[in-house]
Design a binder for this molecule. Structure first.
Ligand code: DX5
Ligand code: ZN
Length: 239
């Protein structure tokens, strides 16, 4: 197993951005590791955001790679189309997939990283054998659907178990957390083992999103500790 320091990735969520000025909003986060794009269908979650045509336009103008989070039903049918659009990473919800291994392979075959998300109450253990099929595991730290909710501390043991499983099996899988990440909660999530952090309101709610990203990244990196030695599982690398 290759041992190198863990990198702390900050992926701002455009759910908290101004949807009428997305190109300008993307330019405000050019120091991010990726932009987290929340796709909601008003079926899997009780909210509606954007679909593939808008995501394709974002992909064209974004200064950073795209990290799509698909909160949509029937992921097996729709998720591959997002990979076909050339996105760096596509994450589907396991609760919305009948065949998650097949779907993860399809995403990779189309050139995207394959991410799999778990709602807060979805156990991780039934899926541990499929870790080698994934590039990223997304542990939701709020109920999906809306920005600005409070971080669920009750998810910390799940993050710890995910980190132990990933390190124990030596697979190169990033652990993403999404929901309620602030300068305070990022420390607990990073100490528990997450290394990719989605932040909506904690970035776009600040006067300088770029400063907010730097500050969050510093806090997360510090929380890993100076002797952090884990597989280097960076998913998002700027071209
Ligand atoms: C919630 C979304 C999150 C959300 C995070 O369903 O998946 O990405 O935008 O927003 P904050 O950081 O404000 O909790
Ligand atoms: Zn999200």
């Amino acid at each position: 197993m290759s041992i190198s320091p863990l990198n702390c990735c900050i992926n701002p969520s455009i759910l908290s951005a101004d949807f009428v000025n997305l190109e300008a909003e993307l330019a405000r986060i050019s120091n991010a590791d990726a932009v987290h794009v929340d796709v909601m269908d008003n079926h899997f979650v009780p909210n509606l955001t954007i679909g593939l045509p808008v995501v394709e336009r974002i992909q064209k103008v974004s200064p950073v790679p795209l990290d799509a989070h698909l909160m949509i039903s029937n992921a097996d049918r729709w998720a591959p189309q997002f990979a076909d659009a050339g996105l760096s990473s596509v994450t589907f919800h396991v609760e919305a997939s009948d065949a998650p291994i097949k779907l993860a392979r399809e995403l990779r075959a189309r050139g995207s990283k394959a991410g799999m998300a778990l709602r807060p109450a979805t156990p991780m253990e039934p899926y541990l054998d499929m870790l080698p099929e994934l590039d990223m595991l997304l542990i939701m730290t709020v109920e999906p659907g809306f920005g600005g909710q409070a971080f669920l501390d009750v998810m910390l043991p799940k993050i710890r178990r995910a980190r132990a499983a990933v390190d124990g099996s030596g697979v190169d899988v990033a652990i993403q957390v999404d929901g309620g990440i602030t300068e305070e909660t990022i420390i607990r999530a990073a100490e528990a083992g997450a290394n990719v952090f989605v932040a909506g309101s904690a970035v776009y709610g600040k006067p300088s999103p770029e400063d907010a990203i730097e500050s969050l990244r510093a806090k997360g990196q510090l929380a890993f500790g100076p002797t952090a030695s884990r597989p280097n599982n960076v998913v998002f690398q700027q071209a």
